[in-house]
Design a protein around this ligand. Structure first.
Ligand code: ADP
Length: 178
C-alpha cells in the first residue's frame, strides 16, 4: 500500500539544537566538496566524531555539490554520517535549487540503502553558503516528502536547527503542510 501524505508528515520532526547529539541511525553533514572538514556544522561533526572520521573521509575522493557519501559515525551516537555538499548560493540562477534538492534526495537514498530508520538533517547551505532560509526550507521539506512518496518508504526525519530563524521557518512551513 502506498504511504500517504499524512503518515509521512507524522514522521517529520522539527527541533532546535546541535545535530552532533542526535541518537539516530544517520546524521547528515553539510560538507564542502573536499569532504575534509570545514567550519559550521561540518567542523562540529568532525570534532564530535573524532579523527577517524577524517581518515575515512580521505578515502572518499570528495563529492560534487548535490552528491552524497556515507561513512561510519565513530564517536557519535549516530551509526552513520552522510556527507553532502550543498550549493553555494550565487543569486539563484546557477542551478542552486536543483543542487540543494539533490543533496536531500541523495542523502535519503543512502539512508534507505543502508537500512536506516531515522535520519537527522541540518539546514544545508543556509550558513556560510548563503542560501535564503525560506526557500531552502521549502526545498528540504518537499524533497524528503517526495522521496518517501516515490519510494514508498517511511523513515523518521529530524530537522535539527541551530538558529532561531531556521527553527521558526521550519515550524511554520511544516504547519502549512499539515
Ligand atoms: P553551509 O556551508 O552548507 O552553509 P554551515 O555549516 O555554514 O553549512 O551551515 C549550515 C547550517 O547548519 C546553518 O543553518 C548553521 O546554523 C547550522 N549549524 C551549525 N552548527 C550546527 C550544529 N552543531 N547542529 C546543527 N546545525 C548546525
Amino acid at each position: 500500500m502506498a504511504v500517504d501524505k499524512s503518515t509521512i508528515l507524522k514522521h517529520i520532526h522539527i527541533q532546535k539544537g546541535d545535530i552532533t547529539k542526535m541518537e539516530v541511525d544517520a546524521i547528515v553533514n553539510a560538507a564542502n566538496p573536499s569532504l575534509l572538514g570545514g567550519g559550521g556544522v561540518d567542523g562540529a561533526i568532525h570534532r564530535a566524531a573524532g579523527p577517524q572520521l577524517l581518515e575515512e573521509c580521505r578515502t572518499l575522493g570528495g563529492a560534487q555539490p548535490g552528491e552524497a557519501k556515507i561513512t561510519k559515525g565513530y564517536r557519535l551516537k549516530a551509526k552513520y554520517v552522510i556527507h553532502t555538499p550543498g550549493p553555494v548560493y550565487r543569486g539563484g540562477n546557477h542551478n542552486e535549487a536543483a543542487i540543494l534538492k539533490n543533496s536531500y534526495y541523495n542523502s535519503m537514498r543512502l539512508a534507505k540503502d543502508n537500512g536506516c530508520t531515522s535520519i537527522a538533517f541540518p539546514a544545508i547551505s543556509t550558513g556560510v553558503y548563503g542560501y535564503p532560509k525560506e526557500e531552502a526550507c521549502s526545498i528540504a521539506l518537499s524533497t524528503i516528502i517526495e522521496f518517501m512518496e516515490k519510494e514508498n518508504f517511511l523513515i523518521d526525519v529530524y530537522f535539527v536547527l541551530f538558529d532561531d530563524d531556521n527553527y521558526a521557518i521550519y515550524t511554520k512551513h511544516l504547519q502549512e503542510l499539515s
